[in-house]
Design a protein around this ligand. Structure first.
Ligand code: SAH
Length: 220
């Protein structure tokens, strides 16, 4: 793991403050809290924004995309980890790789798909720098899932489609969970869908705000 030298004491304090905030907002899993504590977020940001890395907000990462809010990363990770096994996990929307880093410490193997090539490559570099090696990257349209690598114990989607893409629930293993924001720019709900045999049940967790899940590959 990277150390914080060059970021200074203020950052140590803001990191502690962030941890307290996550607990105040209801994150209970010791394992998730410990991972949030030890995973540096500033390495995922441009230098000009690194001083804001431990604020509990989404921040721009270029290409019109954002790094997720720490609370949302912790909330989704906790919801998915406490409901079943985490042997094979699919993530859709790698972005800069921050959520990937957290999931990679909860799962045996992570498969992550991103439609913007430059982001997928940046994430690969960031995660290598953290020494996380149980991750396979793919530059593709994640709304199709990753059938070759499935079925998955969990699928975590960090961009919002209008409706659940058909391919995703079908790539869940028995007992698998899909966590996904659904809706428009104005209103989205975070849904947890579980598969038991051929049955699917759905639960609404939160009102949320994610960037949209877009079809096809980006041009740049
Ligand atoms: N997981 C990131 C959040 C990234 S924002 C984090 O931890 O910070 C959501 C990402 O989803 C963006 O990078 C966006 O390019 C990507 N995305 C949007 N539609 C997609 C699609 N159809 N397939 C794969 N990635 C997609």
């Amino acid at each position: 793991m990277q150390n914080l030298s060059g970021i200074g004491m203020t950052s140590q304090r803001t990191r502690e403050r962030l941890l307290r905030r996550l607990m105040d907002q209801g994150i209970q899993s010791i394992q998730v809290l410990e991972i949030m504590r030890s995973t540096p977020r500033h390495i995922f940001l441009d230098e000009a924004l690194a001083h804001r890395a431990y604020e509990d907000v989404a921040l721009p990462i270029g290409h019109n995309q954002t790094i997720s809010q720490p609370y949302m990363v912790a909330r989704m990770s906790e919801a998915i980890a406490k409901t079943g096994t985490m042997t094979r996990v699919l993530e859709i929307g790698t972005g800069c790789g921050y959520q990937t880093a957290v999931i990679a410490q909860l799962a045996k193997k992570v498969f992550t798909v991103e439609r913007i090539k430059a982001l997928s490559e940046r994430a690969k570099k960031n995660l290598r720098a953290l020494g996380l090696r149980n991750i396979e990257f793919r530059h593709d349209d994640g709304s199709l899932g990753w059938a070759d690598r499935g079925p998955f114990d969990a699928i975590i989607t960090t961009a919002a489609p209008r409706q659940v893409p058909l391919e995703l629930p079908s790539q869940l293993a028995d007992g698998g969970r899909l966590i996904i924001p659904i809706g428009s720019d104005d209103y989205q709900e975070l849904k947890l869908i579980r598969r038991e045999g051929s049955q699917f049940t759905e639960q609404i967790l939160d009102k949320v705000r994610f960037v949209p899940l877009l079809a096809g590959l980006a041009q740049s």
